[in-house]
Write a protein that binds this ligand. Structure first.
Ligand code: BTN
Length: 268
């Protein structure tokens, strides 16, 4: 398919002011995050988006690979927010909210967020988000938010098939990637602007918690070899997960320090 045609197709679904107005589409890339970071160093404008059909070196969290065959959505957004570096991780939660809304809108599936930023349906992961930032002394120079959504993938490797699925497998029909990409960007721009007003998640708390699969449920908290069970209450305005132990004692979990799992599996 012609590259310029594909770029225009994605753009036709956008109603953003600045996000994706500069959009690079490639049939294949190593990783959209790698390319967006290069553009970040080259002073590309805030809101630049890199999209590809497949990745040869897709990156997941914690140094994992993100297997990236054709048929899914892989893209990265380059942002230059004027915020403190420690606030950057909250943008990942903003992105998860946007992905959920877009999937609901385009695929009409009932999706949820597994804290902090996995999007799940029927207990299986549909989307992963990797945010990387660059700082210059005390300031953020840019953030790259990379999003991979399993859209039309029909098969998963045996080691992940119990916890991963795609929109087309759940829906029983293929979903147009360009429409989903456009919708994610539309939702993201709106939520991102709301986030910037307060530089925290206070305005988005209610909507995020309404989609949080763990809300009000017991979860397993895994920290190294230690596992304990607590009830998840919801996120606070900084994106931490508030949990309550059997004695009613509340504690806030910070992303990256503790893994959260459902009692019966990956999500629930
Ligand atoms: C995770 O481990 O859950 C995060 C996966 C993030 C994958 C996306 S695909 C588009 C972007 N480019 C990458 O190399 N990674 C992110």
């Amino acid at each position: 398919m012609d590259i310029e045609w594909k770029r225009k197709q994605i753009t036709s679904y956008l109603n953003t002011k600045w996000l994706g107005r500069s959009l690079l589409y490639m049939e294949q890339l190593d990783s959209t995050n790698i390319q967006a970071k290069k553009l970040g160093e080259e002073k590309a404008i805030h809101g630049t988006v890199v999209v590809t059909e497949c990745q040869t070196a897709g990156k997941g969290r914690r140094g994992r690979n993100w297997i990236s065959p054709e048929g899914n959505c892989y893209f990265s957004m380059l942002l230059r927010p004027d915020i403190l570096p420690e606030k950057a991780s909250m943008i990942t939660l903003v992105a998860a909210l946007a992905v959920c809304k877009a999937i609901e809108e385009v695929a009409k599936l009932d999706v949820r967020i597994k804290w902090p930023n996995d999007v799940v349906c029927n207990g299986k992961k549909l989307c992963g988000i990797l945010t990387e930032s660059s700082t210059d002394e005390l300031h953020l120079t840019y953030i790259v938010v990379g999003i991979g959504v399993n859209v039309n993938q029909k098969e998963f490797a045996p080691e992940i098939s119990h916890m991963a699925s795609s929109l087309s497998l759940l829906k029983g029909e293929d979903i147009e990637q360009a429409q989903l990409l456009g919708s994610i960007m539309n939702w993201f721009e709106m939520y991102y602007e709301q986030f910037l007003e307060t530089q925290d998640l206070s305005v988005l708390l209610k909507e995020y918690n309404a989609l949080l699969i763990n809300c009000g449920k017991d979860v397993k908290l895994i920290e190294g070899d230690a596992i304990c069970v607590a009830k998840a209450i919801g996120i606070d305005s900084d994106g931490g997960l508030i949990v309550q132990d059997v004695n009613g004692q509340k504690q806030t979990i910070i992303s990256g320090e503790v893994s959260v799992r459902g009692l019966y599996g990956y999500a629930e």
